[in-house]
Design a protein around this ligand. Sequence first.
Ligand SMILES: [Zn+2]
Length: 413
Amino acid sequence: MEALAKSQRIKLKTAATFSLMLYDLVVKGGRVMDPAQGLNERKDVAVSGGRVVEVASSISASNARRVLNASGKIVTPGFVDLHAHVALDVARLCIDAESVCLPYGTTTVVDAGSTGELNFPTFKRYIIDRCQTRILAFVNVESLGMIELTEEPPDYTDQGWPALISAVNDTFAPLFANRKNLAAVLRRYKKNVVGIKWAHHGLPLLEIARSVADDVGCPIMAENVMTPDSVRYLKRGDIITHLYLPSSKGVRGPGNGLRPDGGKQIVEEFHKAKRRGVIFDIGHGKGSFSWEEATIAFNEGLKPDTISTDLWTGNVNGPVYNMPTTMSKLLHLGMSLEEVVDASTAKPAAAINMRGLIGTLRPGSMADMALVRVVEGKHPLVDVRGKRRLADRLITVTDVVKGGRIVNTFSRA
Ligand SMILES: [Zn+2]
């Protein structure tokens, strides 16, 4: 009897030791690039219960249920795309995050105002709650969000942007927003909503966005239009997106972008905004990324803080395609790979107040990862004006881990 009890005790102890040591996944042999931790060296990453539990020079694979071989690859935190449109079938312009974001390394995507206070709950119930991709949202200051009027209304813009049901002028604009309901949605859906989007409307709605944001305590993401007047509304922690919108003489008429006067230099208001801590975001899109504008901005020291795609139906088949292609464009412009990864992981995570939880592989963070290969060669990259550059490095994603689960492996396909 006593001998049996002893053997059972040993068995139990062995099982307990194993369960303590067993990881759900070990990503082995890659170069971990995690700017949030200042890491850029060969490391293994161990995952348990959906979280990163250890990052070390060598973690035994025998302790893992699954092993992902990352030899010859760079292991980064899952990308955080701060500006895209993923309210699929809620607003017609939206794309499917599950097929366009997650397989390309974007484990967290922030919808930039596709829905407003009226239709955000639908977006949450039928898309956000059902996707593997972590979806967060800036809620549009306009109650309807981005509902298209027709596919080709008379004022269809030359960048192919459909006209939205929206205020026709500043006098009617306040009728399209509801301060009380907007604030209520921001407060009620705190887990999903990260701020307010201002776009495609005049300054009276930016005033409304400002007052509600101050009241609730959240950031505004503002488009780079009606500048420099609109920039003056933005405070530390707010975001300007469409940073390298082509100069005003081109796409959107006067008064937009970094050079609203069409001059050779960026207007001072943007340098002031940078100094006071406004976040500068790419938001590439179909009409908002020009090599020329980016080059002028780089020369004046205005690099982006965050890299985002502004993916929607009008640009998913080019010139945006996906997050790694957009990141490659910034690499081509002269940012280092570490800077590009930082601007696609830790910095956007901080911008939405999720520093340490996503955008890093620090133990305790969500186990979201992209396995990256930087492919050398001659890769054509195109801006919104069709201008082609040949890049000598292209960022590609071979495998994706979301919450500790391998969700995509291009390398094994
Ligand atoms: Zn957008």
